[in-house]
Design a protein around this ligand. Structure first.
Ligand code: E4P
Length: 224
């Protein structure tokens, strides 16, 4: 089943979007946590209060060697939440992903900027792959095409990795990625806001209301 995440620990935004969206959980990275001004555990507690105990949390490792990434992943796994450990898809990160394959620890390969990085992380056994769509496009490369190629290779080789594209700046990128049939996505709050905010929708709703009131005043439909 498709998994929708918000790429934030902003409590106000999470509370807002959790009302209308079937959120699977949130994704974080060191920048997001640092910006929140709260440590990991406090963020997890606050976000779980909003999203519930079933929510899934993607949390990135900070360690710089394969052995240390594995130790950090084990500590994250021991927290009392459904944690997916995000590991940057560098050579040492992919080595850690390989070692964590076939353990109960779920892993997302993050900071994916290229097809080869995504494919190698998939081969190593990553449960999720997070290509950075907007960051790829900022470098002058087609981010949608990179995601499509990674997905093609994952399918061709029957690998288990679920594509969870990240880094979006507009709804066009989001829709083009969704059309590829990816299994998951994570959206920043500003782009989620854009998804709801088509400029012609509210004027159309207002017009319906005005037309109704001219004839039926404040009555509701079933009262007429
Ligand atoms: C998520 O996994 C990434 O850390 C994040 O989406 C990067 O997004 P940005 O390019 O908006 O920082």
């Amino acid at each position: 089943m498709f998994e929708l995440y918000l790429d934030t620990t902003d409590i106000v935004q999470l509370t807002r979007f959790n009302k209308a969206l079937p959120l699977k959980g949130i994704t974080t990275n060191p920048t997001i946590l640092a910006k929140s001004g709260r440590g990991l555990k406090e963020n997890l507690k606050l976000c779980a209060e909003i999203l519930g105990t079933e929510a899934r949390f993607h949390v990135q490792t900070i360690s710089k060697s394969t052995a240390d990434i594995i130790k950090e992943a084990e500590q994250l796994y021991n927290l009392p939440y459904d944690i997916v450990v995000k590991i940057p898809a560098t050579e040492i990160g992919i080595a850690a992903i390989k070692q964590l394959n076939n353990t109960p620890i779920k892993v997302l390969a993050t900071a994916i900027y290229s097809v080869q990085q995504g494919f190698l992380a998939g081969l190593a056994g990553a449960d999720y792959l997070a290509p950075y769509v907007n960051r790829i496009e900022t470098m002058g490369t087609n981010g949608i095409a990179v995601v499509a190629d990674i997905q093609l290779l994952i399918k061709q080789h029957n690998l288990k990795s679920v594509l969870l594209p990240a880094s979006f700046k507009n709804t066009h990128q989001v829709i083009e990625i969704l059309k590829l049939g990816v299994g998951a996505i994570t959206l920043p709050p500003d782009v989620t806001d854009q998804l709801f905010g088509h400029p012609t929708v509210q004027p159309a709703v207002n017009q319906f209301e005005n037309d109704w009131k001219k004839i039926f005043d404040n009555k509701l439909s079933y009262e007429t």
